[in-house]
Design a protein around this ligand. Structure first.
Ligand code: 4AD
Ligand code: MG
Length: 479
């Protein structure tokens, strides 16, 4: 049988006792025609395979190059060398796939993250990306476990939609109309009746509106899927295609919502620490090495794992937008005109530098900001009695900025319709959404966690393009 192999992670946990095993993986290095470091992706730790001297001819040994794929059968024995408890004394080596060392772009040395982005199809084979994507996997699993254990229903919302859930107009169009010869109406506008769906459609920016439909039947639901934003933001925090987790809960107010979000974030961090500790240790070391090149004042005060433990052990700071504005206004940073965007006063939207000041300089921990001015938030957020603010909440994380956006929803039909009209959100097209307010409306709330931003926070990776396998960003859609 071809596939009777043991994964290296499991093998490394054994007590060496002359077990007969078969492993398969890719060569990381080959030293002295004798020691192969073999990796199969199950762990960052390589297996040392010992090649019996004199058993193989030169031609065969020359085929054991970096990234060649091997099948090795042999015996597990205690290692005499330093750095590993066991090794595999090979009895039979088969080269499954060769790798031409002249052409293979990854050398056993440190490559820049920028260079690796250009060869994203091979970067999984590096230690850094191996660790990042195993941690990403663990976090994704923890998301499902958290909600499943709480009795939430996993809802898959559509990727192609006709609505703009955020009302921000940052959508990618979906069409089969010929771009070079668009069918027109008499008034010159495009005739979408001839399009595939008989109407204009786009890629979803959020599954929230559909999530609300399900929450008002099942009570508690969550989505976990790709979302798309055609915002021209070329930053280390933005992607054009990113994954979002959107829980939506009936019978929840803003405070319940904030409590769930904090519990959720802490749960998945704890899960990663408990289940991906070796990869996190590796990433912590990587970050520490990287920061050694920075001037002292730019280095993090805490190591990666220390930072995660700190987040787990402290309550998130909760304050209103109004309180945040006065903190920012009074700050020396503002008085000394150090913000690129000065604090102009109540009503302004917060820039990421302001959010980061609050979490990194002022509170030094995650912050939940609530009750934003309604003018800078989406139409569906519940209007507060003051007539100025809505029951919104954003969670801001050190080094990242906004990681969660959410709110209590406007469950009162008239108020919602009025706000939609004021904000030019098409009331008639969203008839199905408004039906939830007509038939058994209830207080409800939800939020969206940007999965890649969460992965960044946990792995310490600076650029969001390094925590998603094949990033989509302005002018960039390779692979
Ligand atoms: O704040 P946003 O736009 O909120 C919503 O979409 C709501 N419908 C969520 C809800 O209440 N159900 O996005 C939510 C989160 C942000 O806080 C951020 O973490 C992430 O999604 N996000 C992005 N991540 C990467 N690239 C982008 N372009 C992102 N835009 C938002
Ligand atoms: Mg937001």
């Amino acid at each position: 049988m071809f596939n009777k192999r043991i994964k290296i992670k499991e093998l490394l946990s054994l007590e060496p006792n002359n077990q007969q095993v078969t492993v398969m993986g890719w060569v990381r290095t080959f030293r002295n025609n004798q020691f192969i470091a073999l990796n199969d992706g199950s762990t960052n730790t390589n297996l040392q395979v010992v090649v019996e001297l004199g058993k193989y001819g030169d031609v065969f040994l020359k085929g054991i190059t970096t990234s060649a794929a091997l099948k090795v059968s042999g015996v597990v024995i205690p290692s005499l060398g330093k750095g590993q408890k066991l090794e595999l004394r090979s009895e039979q080596i088969e080269i499954l796939g060769e790798s031409d060392p002249e052409k293979y772009p990854l050398q056993p040395k440190k490559h820049s993250l920028e260079f690796l982005r250009e060869i994203a199809h091979l970067r999984f084979r590096t230690n850094t990306f191996g660790a990042v994507f195993r941690v990403r996997h663990t976090l994704g699993f923890a998301v499902h476990k958290f909600f499943n254990d709480k009795g939430f229903l996993y809802l898959q919302t559509p990727i192609i939609t006709a609505s703009d859930a955020e009302g921000a107009g940052e959508m990618f169009r979906v069409t089969t109309l010929p771009l070079e010869n668009l069918p027109k109406n008499e008034d010159g506008s495009i005739n979408f009746k001839e399009d595939f769906f008989g109407r204009g459609t786009n890629l979803t920016v959020s599954g929230q509106l559909e999530g609300e439909l399900a929450a008002t039947s099942f009570g508690d639901i969550y989505t976990f899927g790709p979302t798309f934003r055609a915002e021209n933001s070329n930053t280390p925090r933005h992607l054009a295609e990113f994954w979002m987790i959107e829980p939506e809960m009936a019978f929840y107010d803003l405070e319940d919502n904030a409590n769930l979000a904090e519990e959720f974030i802490k749960y998945i961090i704890r899960y990663a620490i408990d289940n991906s500790s070796d990869d996190l240790e590796f990433l912590a070391q990587r970050l520490a090495d990287e920061e050694k090149q920075l001037p002292q004042e730019k280095r993090s005060e805490m190591g990666l794992v220390e930072k995660l433990e700190f987040v787990l052990n402290n309550n998130f700071e909760r304050l209103t937008y109004t309180e945040a504005i006065s903190i920012l206004q009074e700050s020396n940073h503002n008085k000394k005109k150090r913000f690129q965007f000065p604090i102009t006063g109540w009503g302004m939207d917060l820039q990421s530098e302001h959010e980061r000041y609050l979490v990194e300089k002022h509170f030094r921990k995650p912050v939940i900001l609530t009750n934003y001015p309604r003018e800078i938030k989406a139409f569906y957020m519940r209007q507060n009695d003051d007539g100025k603010t809505v029951a919104a909440m954003d969670i801001l994380a050190p080094g990242i900025g906004e990681i969660v956006g959410g709110s209590q929803r406007e469950e009162r039909l008239e108020k919602l319709e009025q706000r939609m009209k004021e904000m030019n959100v098409p009331v008639d097209q969203l008839w199905w959404y408004l039906d939830t307010r007509r038939f058994g409306t209830v207080p409800h709330a939800g939020f969206g966690l940007g999965f890649e931003r969460m992965v960044q926070f946990v792995t310490g990776m600076n650029n969001i393009r390094d925590v998603i396998a094949f990033p989509r960003a302005p002018k960039s859609a390779d692979f």
